[in-house]
Design a protein around this ligand. Structure first.
Ligand code: ADP
Length: 528
């Protein structure tokens, strides 16, 4: 079928009622129609679903959409059914269907009316379904939430690992991967695991210029701080994330006692109560939902004015996703996180007992959270760098929308220190993570440094006129500036790219600001 620009717009209007494509949608759709493998990285709310729904609707055959969340699949199917006379246009295939239901789904696919077939990854492993789908005309397979394939993502699902083989067995059709997780490592995993390393990739910016980022130290007065903060947003909607169900209940109660309309939400509440609380939030019968991470997936309330993290999350992906639920209409969205290193230690405890690889990944992700919380540089620049995106902290959109930029710490010239740091990384053969590099600089030995005789070298302790916190801060800033890179495969080993080597030859000015020290003992607890 030849699809012209004109009828793409017609289809957009006819099926979805929109007059313009959003962001990269049109290019993505053209690639899909062109039978390319496609990889789409767009932040939540970017309009990913339409990227596969529209081409599915206008092409011959059935598109298979793999999605991990039954509730989301149902919502999408209902929405698609709303645009057609024939209910069979979209179906869900999952374990809740009885034989009759399955027969009906199969029949609609055979009749050629089903354009979108949503499946959970585990359903797709059923031989019966594979055998059936093999005989049908499939237009393409879209893998939604494709980051579930990667252990480096925030939501790893082992079932996703088999998808490539299953899809191959069904048909040699284009594969579309979609995700809102943008770290380079996760992206690489997705492409490799789906076998689409040559996919045409579309990546939208992850910058959310209307969100204000703020981190405050978490003290014993955190509840008072939260109440004071929430009161500023009278009658406005907000979400407060806590780590445990118990804390969710406690904070919800504290807010209620203080006259704030708040309700709890966590997986320990029964389904009916959860649905009720969610609806009350959407209908604005309550202003604040206090929740564990169980809350939020698929919540599309455009005017959430603040997102508070009572506890810091376990990765920056989670933080970005959760804060991303604020200000979706482009209006105010204040993201306030309370941070204490003790919470990081709590999260580390959760990791012990898990398989070693998972622990290492977990620790590496946590260190990024620590760096984000303690940094004194533009938080937006830090976050976007984490997602592999350059951000101009002077002229970029939303450049002044964070606590660090609004209240900058004094900057000092650190040209010489940068040179020393880079030389140490070079002289220790680019084998160490930040912790060992800092310890080498300040002359603090440990088992690893001893075993490699680093502590016997002339340069050991060369930077001891500065403390560990200083060097840690410098590493973070130099990383973002691109003079060092971090080897994620090796859980954070620091390497020197050409830019770093050039700096050693020709040092230039480097203005750094010292990081926040949020801990009582005035020492970054990482260096122990
Ligand atoms: P994502 O899956 O990337 O989080 P969605 O597909 O849920 O995003 O889309 C987010 C919102 O944007 C939805 O409310 C959707 O209806 C809306 N949307 C998508 N495409 C367009 C468009 N071209 N014009 C206007 N609104 C759009």
């Amino acid at each position: 079928m030849r699809v012209t620009n004109l009828n793409l717009h017609d289809a957009l209007k006819q099926y979805f009622g929109f007059s313009k494509f959003k962001g990269l949608q049109e290019d993505v759709i053209k690639s899909i129609i062109n039978k390319e493998d496609v990889f789409v990285i767009m932040p939540t709310g970017g309009g990913k679903s339409l990227c596969y729904q529209l081409p599915a609707l206008i092409q011959e055959g059935t598109a298979i959409v793999v999605s991990p969340l039954i509730a989301l699949m149902k919502n999408q199917v209902d929405a698609i059914r709303g645009i057609s006379e024939d209910e069979g246009i979209a179906h869900v295939l999952n374990s809740s269907l009885n034989k009759g239901d399955v027969a009906r789904v199969m029949n609609d696919i055979k009749r050629g009316v089903t354009k979108l077939l949503y499946v959970a990854p585990e359903s797709l492993t059923k031989e019966e379904y594979i055998d059936f789908l093999k005989t049908q005309k499939i237009s393409f397979v879209a893998i939604d939430e494709a980051h579930c394939i990667s252990e480096w993502g925030h939501d790893f699902r082992p079932e996703y690992r088999n998808l490539k083989n299953i899809i191959k067995r069904i048909d040699n059709v284009p594969i579309i991967g979609l995700t809102a997780t943008a770290t380079p490592k996760v992206q690489e995993d997705i492409l490799k695991n789906l076998g689409i390393t040559n996919a045409t990739t579309y990546k939208a910016s992850f910058n959310r210029p209307n969100l204000f980022y703020e981190v405050r130290p978490k003290t014993k007065d955190v509840e008072k701080d939260i109440i004071r903060f929430v009161r500023r947003f009278k009658d406005k909607s907000g979400i407060i994330y806590c780590l445990s169900r118990k804390k969710v209940e406690e904070i919800a109660q504290v807010l209620q006692v203080n006259g704030i309309k708040a309700l709890p939400y966590h997986a320990g509440l029964d389904g009916k109560t959860r649905a009720k609380h969610q609806d009350m939030f959407l209908m604005e019968d309550v202003d604040v939902v206090v929740a564990t991470i169980a809350f939020g997936m698929g919540i599309d309330k455009p005017d959430v004015r603040f997102v508070i993290h009572h506890d810091i999350p376990k990765s920056l992906e989670s933080y970005y996703q959760e804060t991303g639920r604020g200000g979706r209409d482009g209006g105010e969205g204040h993201c306030l996180a309370f941070y204490s290193y003790k919470d990081i230690e709590k999260l580390e405890k959760f990791l012990s007992g898990k398989p070693v690889a998972e622990q290492e990944i977990g620790h590496a992700l946590l260190q990024e959270v620590v760096s984000y919380a303690e940094t004194s540089m533009s938080r937006r620049k830090f976050l976007l760098h984490y997602f592999g995106e350059e951000f101009d902290e002077v002229n970029g959109e939303g450049a002044d929308m964070d606590d660090n930029v609004r209240n900058p710490k004094k900057k000092v010239e650190a040209k010489n220190e940068v040179k020393i740091l880079l030389e140490i990384i070079r002289d220790t053969k680019e084998e160490y993570k930040s912790k060992e590099i800092v310890n080498t600089l300040i002359g603090k030995s440990n088992a690893l440094l001893k075993s490699r005789r680093t502590d016997e070298q002339a340069y050991f302790g060369i930077g001891k006129n500065k403390d560990a916190a200083f060097w840690m801060a410098l590493i973070r800033q130099v990383l973002v500036a691109g003079y060092i890179t971090k080897e994620i495969e090796q859980y954070g080993v620091l390497k020197l790219p050409k830019k770093g080597l050039d700096f050693i030859e020709n040092p230039t000015s480097f203005m750094m600001s010292e990081d926040h020290v949020y801990n009582d003992d005035n020492d970054t607890s990482i260096i122990t």
